[in-house]
Design a protein around this ligand. Sequence first.
Ligand code: ADP
Ligand code: MG
Length: 247
Amino acid sequence: MPRVQLAEVTKYFGDNLVLDQVDLSVAQHEVVCLIGASGSGKSTLLRCINRLVKADYGDIYLDDVPVTDESFGKVGLHKRIGIVFQSYNLFPHLTVLDNLTLAPRKVHGKSKKEAEAQAQEQLDRFGMGRFAKAYPEQLSGGQQQRVAFVRALMNKPDVLLLDEVTAALDPELVGEVLGIIKELKAQGMTMVIVTHEMGFARDVADRVCFLEGGRILEEGNPTDMFNEPQHERTRAFLDRIIEAGRL
Ligand code: ADP
Ligand code: MG
């Protein structure tokens, strides 16, 4: 049984067909990287999975249950599927601890004590324990992004969606965030990752999907995709990436 399954997922923004009957199946513990040019629909695809964006047509399943199923309730899906964005979106006026415990307390009904204990445990796990009382602006970009990962992991999700999580970071901070992702993979986290870091995709992905014009044009294991792309468009995209020195 796939952990996540998309069948003919289609999305328009106005007249703009952004996702065109996308089929995608992600197994438990699998790491799938979505690559493709800007505007190809990667973020939209990712956001359809946890319903931040509502698909117009097609079906999306989590463990064979449609994500639209009312058994998920208003917030249940977001407990099961975590997401981290390029911009960390931490509240500047709240401490790290308060940023982390806000949703568990206000949305998921956890007690302050329980939420804080859990936050502290997760912060420790990512080497951020000493920053619990710090404010976001006192942290580096890499540290803020680590907090955003902790926030996404607070509910112990089954699936993690990552949308260009290193794109806003200074080059020297990219490695520490990629390290977190590798560690999560080692722990068996199922992930769908949008990335421009092709070297990283080659490293971490079980499967790479190349999107163009809202379709998955080609998919395969990273070695095959990067060494011998079958589709001319994939080849052209990878050539541009190589030219830019990113592979
Ligand atoms: P990618 O992540 O691959 O760069 P996106 O999924 O962000 O691509 O965008 C795909 C297309 O959808 C683009 O043409 C973009 O302009 C459009 N789009 C994305 N989000 C919105 C939105 N909220 N409203 C209107 N158009 C959007
Ligand atoms: Mg995007």
